[in-house]
Ligand binder design. Structure first.
Ligand SMILES: [Zn+2]
Length: 182
């Protein structure tokens, strides 16, 4: 039997966004389509970045593999117009956070990220500023939490709340958080 449907139903997958990291070859120019990033505690485990599964049993934690915070946001690469999911390190939060605090959204910004030396593990630096007014119109904000679940092959419950500290990452300072977030 084949299953036919004129249009894909809700059981179809999350938006397919390629996961990319900052290349060492040339700077990445990004127009975020996410309002904000999602931060996830991860492990470098079995040769790839995988989410820490605590409080569920986490094989990496059981082997004392250290956790690393990673930020994820969706963006259009200006050079290619490809819609991607960008993974960035905790070290960029002091750059990105003040912009988010001021503008309440990353959409209509321009992030330029690059590695300071031409090798794949070199430190990443970034700038963020309002995008020029002539950028192409942005697609709607994709569900990056769902996309991450797909990438990591984890079950996903739509509408699950995202804890604020997961969004803001480890730099989160509660005394500065009196303003309502977007
Ligand atoms: Zn873990």
């Amino acid at each position: 039997m084949i299953r036919i449907s004129q249009f894909p139903t809700n059981e179809s997958q999350a938006p397919h966004l390629r996961l990319i990291r900052t290349p060492h070859t040339n700077p990445l120019h990004l127009y975020p389509t996410s309002t904000t990033w999602i931060g996830v505690y991860t492990h470098w485990y079995l040769g790839k970045t995988q989410p820490c599964l605590l409080p569920d049993p986490c094989p990496a934690c059981e082997e004392n593999v250290p956790t690393r915070w990673k930020g994820y946001l969706a963006a259009i690469i200006s050079q290619t117009q490809e819609h991607i999911l960008w993974e960035f390190p905790e070290s960029l939060i002091p750059t990105l956070r003040p912009y988010l605090d001021e503008h309440r959204t990353l959409r209509h910004s321009l992030i330029i990220a690059r590695r300071i030396k031409p090798y794949p593990t070199a430190r990443i630096i970034a700038t963020i500023r309002p995008a020029p007014p002539d950028i192409p119109s942005l697609p709607p904000e994709p569900d990056i939490l769902r996309t991450l679940h797909t990438i990591w092959n984890l079950p996903y419950t739509p509408g699950q709340p995202i804890p604020l500290d997961t969004v803001l990452g480890p730099i989160h300072n509660p005394t500065r958080n009196n303003r309502k977030r977007p």
